[in-house]
Design a binder for this molecule. Structure first.
Ligand code: TXA
Ligand code: MG
Length: 334
């Protein structure tokens, strides 16, 4: 058992201790603008193995390498195509991961044997100070036990990983609350593998043309991001999506059954007085819905509910990413 320290208001010295831990091959959880990451030295195969053990993560699911400058991208990628250059210029640092050809020095544990690597330059002062102190790219997945909603607070990381890792850097609430947009830049036309806060519309503006991985449209297709095939973001109770057209069913069920939870907008909650509810924000504020979504799913995990009704959002802009996560949480195939 390892005692887990939570670092609130970290100082320069704290970051250097975190950097030392990484150099010793240990794991440190850290905040980013999307969700918390569970970091290890991105060139240390044994340290990266620990990530898989601690998270109970399938070995075929590769990790993202996090950098603290554009120069550092060259340490992990062997080729930066024009599309990637444009995207880095437009959105870095930011909630975006690019899939690029990997350098041979990156251990195959990180990339799950693929010839490519995910690279991300997070927009968070603590993340950058931490990576800088470690002086190495940091391989990091989200800092949750596999299959649980990603953590958007240090407390959520602690819930999942205490006594398993030595340190959590506390950066408060994550700004976006959904994992980064993943764009594969090795395909002829760049392809969105996972939607996020850098929206399809924003990518099109920079690139002119982007594809969407067929698995994001058709649930029978095999996703190009190995992690997208798992039933991520799975709440303990069954989760059913609803919209304004199916409101009557929700009202009926909430009225007649006790152990039903409602994850919905403030507008909808005004119409349905549910006993167990989580307000994910105004229907008109997708940023707030994204930021609150995983805390909502974790809230219901702690409640004695058998069924959660979750309100759908629009499918455009950030709504595409929110609906992608909600659909996964509601999917019945494991
Ligand atoms: O916002 C984020 O991206 C967060 C923070 C911590 O940076 N990280 C994150 O990591 O969400 P993770 O491991 O939970 O999700 C990474 C996703 C997985 O679906 C994985 O399969 C995919 O990225 N991925 C990683 N490397 C890949 C590669 N070379 N090719 C295709 N997909 C890859
Ligand atoms: Mg994850």
């Amino acid at each position: 058992m390892i005692e887990t320290r939570i670092l609130k208001n970290p100082t320069a010295e704290d970051f250097s201790v975190a950097g030392d831990l990484i150099r010793e091959g240990k794991l440190v959880a850290f905040p980013t603008e999307t969700v918390y990451g569970l970091g290890a030295d991105g060139f240390n195969a044994k340290a990266c193995d620990k990530i898989f053990a601690v998270k109970e993560r399938p070995a075929d699911n590769p990790l993202i390498e996090h950098v603290c400058s554009l120069e550092m991208v060259d340490r992990v990628a062997r080729e930066i195509p024009l599309a990637a250059e444009k995207l880095f210029a437009a959105f870095s640092p930011g909630p975006l991961t690019l899939i690029l050809k990997k350098r041979p020095e990156i251990p195959s544990e990180v990339t799950a044997g693929l010839d490519t690597v995910g690279v991300r330059f997070p927009d968070h002062d603590f993340a950058r100070a931490f990576i800088k102190a470690a002086d190495t790219p940091i391989a990091a997945p989200s800092a949750n036990i596999s299959g649980r909603p990603s953590p958007t607070t240090a407390q959520a990381v602690f819930e999942d990983l205490h006594n398993k890792i030595p340190m959590i850097i506390d950066g408060g609430d994550c700004n976006f609350g959904l994992e980064s947009t993943i764009v594969d830049c090795t395909s002829e036309i760049p392809t969105i593998l996972r939607p996020g806060a850098i929206t399809r519309e924003m990518l099109v503006e920079i690139l002119g043309e982007v594809q969407i991985d067929s698995a994001l449209k058709d649930s029978d297709a095999v996703p190009k991001a190995p992690g997208m095939k798992y039933r991520h973001y799975a709440p303990r109770a069954a989760l059913k999506l609803f919209n304004q057209d199916s409101l009557d069913e929700v009202i009926f069920t909430v009225k007649n059954f006790n152990r039903v939870g409602l994850l919905a907008s403030s507008e909808t909650l005004e119409k349905i007085p549910a006993k167990i509810s989580f307000n994910y924000g105004s229907r008109h504020d997708l940023r707030s819905i994204a930021a609150n979504l995983y805390e909502g799913l974790r809230f219901f995990d702690d409640q004695e509910v058998d069924l959660i009704f979750a309100e759908e959002t629009v499918e455009t802009g950030l709504g595409f990413a929110i609906m992608n996560r909600l659909r996964k949480a509601s999917s019945n195939d494991f």
